[in-house]
Design a protein around this ligand. Structure first.
Ligand SMILES: [Ca+2]
Length: 400
């Protein structure tokens, strides 16, 4: 059913794949049997003409976001054949830069190229996760990645910076380290806020008590400078911005500069209690003291939560025109939250089960939402073309 739906939509593009792993001279990739990374082109690619990834994007030099049209398809497949894409960003020229959890950056323009990021340990939920462009990327070509690595047998997470130029990485610098990792609950989202500082979500690394310990870096949202220093105004004179988080996965600021974050609730037998939180500095978001709609003095309850019988398992969140859009991994859906200031005015669910697990969501310069599937992450049922990046027209998302 899923395949038929994709065929009906048509592939907007089939990426012809030339890749390198840190090698400046790209060479065609012929995956070998021991190569766990699937090719970026779908199996049907050899019989298809080469089409640019997103022709209209390559001329979108303007950094401002225009509105998507009021007509046209609701969903198009932009790219197929990815392996667990975790984050999507747009380069100033309109190309996509995507992380694959296994440790690759994928540059997607007229062609697609894989660039391996060193020292990534993909284990469980860990690997190459978050990606952010420096606010001055157009001038300095700096990118930031959040990755899981192994240090003396211990899984750790850290933020590294590279210069990304001509499809290659150079000038590696560790910006922030000391975040414990684990097979699960590695956080991993990084985003620059409107204040120019880098915000980082960290999971509790399967030690729930660490979330309430403000001296620990686990179970937190952190805020640092581009050099990894502690900005003035952080509530505890450390990197900690907010605490009591279990495994926050998404960050987005609304038009008034408020920070929203998606977070996974306990995924035990009943699962559920997934959260959308409004983040204020120094606040305690409750894990593991309270969950769901529970309230306690000194703790901030979610603005909205899934309840105990529904699981969103949210991925990232994006803001556009008074609405928050967040993805569901186990929920396999796109959730749209209409905001009334700090309150929820509406909640709708789209694409339920249509594409499988959804993770990244990024507003493109063309006003469309770019959403990645995550069906190859070990918890999904991948189709031959997975994983995909879907381009969704938010103006055509009407009542489901
Ligand atoms: Ca909470």
């Amino acid at each position: 059913m899923k395949t038929m739906k994709l065929l009906a939509l048509g592939l907007l593009s089939l990426i012809v794949f030339a890749a390198c792993a840190g090698d400046p001279s790209p060479s065609p990739v012929v995956p070998t049997s021991e190569d766990p990374t699937p090719p970026l082109s779908s199996p049907a690619a050899p019989t298809q003409p080469e089409i640019m990834a997103s022709p209209e994007m390559t001329s979108a030099q303007v950094p401002t976001v225009v509105s998507a049209p009021l007509t046209g398809p609701l969903v198009e497949v932009v790219t197929s054949g990815l392996d667990t894409p975790w984050e999507i960003v747009f380069l100033p020229g309109g190309e996509l830069l995507v992380t694959e959890r296994s440790g690759n950056l994928v540059l997607i323009g007229k062609t697609a190229t894989r660039i391996q990021v060193p020292n990534v340990e993909q284990r469980g939920e860990g690997g190459l996760l978050g990606l952010a462009l420096d606010p001055d990327y157009a001038a300095n070509n700096r990118i930031y990645v959040y990755l899981t690595s192994l240090e003396n047998g211990q899984l750790v997470n850290r933020v590294e910076r590279y210069v990304f130029k001509n499809g290659t990485l150079s000038d590696r610098k560790v910006i922030f380290e000391g975040i414990l990792g684990a097979s699960n609950h590695d956080g991993g989202r990084i985003e620059f806020g409107p204040d120019g500082y880098l915000y980082i979500t960290t999971g509790d690394a399967q030690n729930s008590d660490s979330a309430q310990d403000i001296t620990s870096l686990q179970g937190k949202i952190l805020r640092i400078t581009r050099e990894g220093e502690i900005p003035e105004g952080n509530p505890f004179a450390s990197a900690v911005w907010s605490y009591g988080h279990r495994n926050p996965q998404g960050l987005a600021w609304d038009a008034e500069g408020r920070l929203w974050s998606t977070e996974h609730g306990p995924s035990g037998a009943g699962s559920g209690y997934d959260e959308l939180n409004l983040i204020t500095p120094g606040a305690n978001y409750g894990w593991p003291e309270i969950q769901g709609e529970e309230e306690r003095e000194g703790i901030v309850s979610p603005v909205i939560q899934s309840g105990g019988s529904v699981t969103w398992a949210p991925g990232d969140v994006e803001y556009l025109d008074g609405k928050l859009y967040f993805t569901g991994l186990r929920g396999s859906a796109l959730y749209v939250v209409s905001l009334d200031g700090e309150k929820i005015a509406g909640f709708d669910t789209f694409f339920s089960g249509d594409y499988g697990r959804l993770r990244a969501v990024r507003l493109g310069p063309d006003g469309y939402l770019y959403i990645s599937t995550s069906n190859r992450d070990g918890r999904g049922n991948p189709g031959a073309d997975d994983d995909l990046i879907l381009r969704v027209n938010p103006n055509l998302l009407t009542k489901p």
